[in-house]
Structure formats: C-alpha cells, structure tokens
Design a protein around this ligand. Structure first.
Ligand code: SF4
Length: 164
C-alpha cells in the first residue's frame, strides 16, 4: 500500500478515518465539506503563479523556488497538516528537490490568508519514518479502530458510516 499525504493527515485526525480511507472505503464524494475543500483547491490551482504538480502518488498544491505550499480551508487540525506537509517535503527530498514547507489557510468566511511555516530537519525525518511505520501497521490491520465520537466527527465524510 502506497501511503499518501491524505493518509498521513487522517492518521493524526482520526485513526479510524485513516484506516477506512486507506482501505478504500470512500464516502468522501458525499461530504459537503470535502466538496468545499476541492473547490478551494481548484480555485487556488488556477492562479497563474501556481503549479500543481504530481510526483508518484502525491499531489502538491504549489511549488516555487523556496516553498512547497499546502493549501487548507481551516487550521483546526494543524498538526495533521504539518505532518502531511513534512511527508511531501520528504518525498521531494527523495527526488533531490529541497524545499521548505508553507501552509496557507484560506478562511471560508473571508478572503484572509494565514501562513504557517515548517521545515524538515533530521529529528522530524526520524519521527516521520516512525510515524509511517505506525501507519503501515494500522492500515494493515483487519478491522478499523472503533468509532469514538469527537469534535470534528460531524464534518467527517464517514460520519453516517460510523454513527448512523
Ligand atoms: S466520523 Fe469521527 S470516528 Fe468516524 S471516521 Fe470520521 S472522525 Fe473518525
């Protein structure tokens, strides 16, 4: 199984969501929240300085001479986005491309942007390798972890699958 940035993100957000997505139980098209995210993503990708690129099985929102840019519509789970971005930075580094990470948060209600910066250092690389092994172990399990209701579940594409 090829681990993707989305799988890394979900691992931090919810391990059940990570398992369901990685095992191709895909309810995402039904989610209004996911649709809004996709539209934002497409709008950003239309900017003339933006270059969405795909490397292996990962898609990067923007890449310039300094930064790899990950675009999100909220910073409610910043830790998940940070590790997703670090995962992309590592994939680029494996291809000989060194960049710093920039996370752009584009708020839905207004047109303001927030920026967060993150860099891949030796410690983060080691931690990432450990996390990737943990993810591998999780998604290879026969069953997903039990559903536990938490903040954010109602916006999750799997909410009905988990709780109704
Ligand atoms: S609804 Fe909640 S428990 Fe179920 S996959 Fe989504 S975040 Fe996880």
């Amino acid at each position: 199984m090829n681990i993707t940035g989305t799988i890394v993100n979900y691992y931090f957000h919810c391990q059940r969501q990570c398992w369901l997505f990685a095992n191709r139980i895909n309810m995402e098209d039904n989610s209004e929240d996911v649709r809004i995210g996709k539209v934002l993503h497409e709008l950003k990708a239309e900017g003339k300085n933006n270059t969405e690129i795909a490397i292996d099985n990962i898609k990067i929102d923007k890449l310039d001479d300094i930064y790899l840019v990950e675009i999100k519509k909220s910073d409610t789970d910043l830790r998940a986005v940070e590790w997703q971005t670090l995962f992309y930075l590592e994939k680029l580094k494996e291809k000989g491309i060194k960049r710093k990470g920039k996370i752009e948060i584009i708020e839905k209600k207004n047109s303001s942007k927030k920026m967060h910066y993150i860099d891949l250092n030796e410690d983060k690389e080691k931690e990432l390798q450990k996390i990737l092994l943990e993810i591998e172990n999780l998604i290879n399990k026969e069953r997903p972890p039990e559903a536990i209701l938490k903040r954010g579940c109602k916006k999750c594409a799997y909410y009905e699958y988990c709780f109704l």
